[in-house]
Design a binder for this molecule. Structure first.
Ligand code: FPP
Length: 237
């Protein structure tokens, strides 16, 4: 039996938001302006996703590797993140959006980490779309952390090595309890996974769209889903 891409359950859509810098450069603007415009695109896309059959929207907002960008750009991105968390919480609540953050929070500034916990708690009982922000996120780092956690359990005699299976590993990932992504979209024409949801995307369909992230919106998301629904997903069967 073939599982068709056309799904009768809401989808988990994950997006690698790429092209902010190029969008700014094309206008002779500093990169920060591209990231700022990227936040507007984020808002537009979240709003569009709420009108579609999407249960989870995961956005690659800051990768583990992004810490190696010039200090000024990192500072600006963290400033935008602070601004987003501060100004958006009310609207997330009004729109019944649940917020989750995945990634290594140990690298984030204390005030940001606190704002994240507050926003997650405040939106925890919302029943609409789940917005997942990947912050200081790296797929390999996530898997390594899961392996360390399981090794500690084995060391403590709480688990046998033989009992370590896919379910045990998935339960240790930042995404525990979430469905795997059905579609991973990357904007800007680049065709790389860049360490994003490596474990979770084992059977995801990839959609590459030739649009810079700040220009993204409802029509692009609809087109990506249209592409997805045309595909046949066999899950290796
Ligand atoms: C890639 O553009 C995008 C990022 C580094 C992160 C995405 C960030 C945002 C959408 C804004 C910030 C969002 C939050 C919630 C803080 P790029 O700089 O790699 O673009 P380029 O490849 O054209 O240089």
């Amino acid at each position: 039996m073939q599982a068709k891409a056309k799904s009768d359950r809401p989808l988990h859509v994950a997006i690698i938001m790429d092209g902010n810098g190029r969008w700014a450069a094309a206008r002779g603007l500093p990169r920060t302006m591209g990231h700022k415009a990227g936040i507007d695109a984020l808002r537009r896309t979240l709003e569009a996703a709420q009108g579609m059959a999407i249960s989870h929207l995961t956005l690659y907002s800051f990768s583990a590797e992004n810490w190696q960008r010039p200090a000024g750009e990192v500072h600006e991105l963290m400033g935008l993140l602070r601004f987003y968390l501060k100004t958006e919480l009310k609207s997330l609540c009004e729109n019944n959006v649940r917020l989750r953050v995945i990634g290594d929070r140990g690298y984030l500034a204390d005030d940001i980490a606190t704002m994240i916990v507050q926003a997650e708690n405040k939106t925890a009982n919302n029943t609409g779309i789940t917005l997942v922000l990947a912050l200081s996120y790296g797929g390999r780092q996530e898997i390594a952390a899961a392996v360390r956690a399981l090794a500690r359990k084995v060391e403590a005699g709480m688990l046998t090595a033989e009992a370590v299976d896919e379910k045990q590993i998935a339960a240790q990932l930042y995404t525990h309890g979430m469905p795997d992504p059905d579609v991973v979209i990357r904007t800007s024409g680049e065709k790389r996974t860049s360490n994003f949801l490596l474990w979770q995307s084992a059977y995801a369909e990839y959609v590459f769209q030739d649009v810079l992230w700040p220009d993204y919106g409802q029509a692009h998301l609809a087109a990506a889903l249209e592409d997805f629904t045309k595909r046949e997903r066999r899950f290796g069967k």
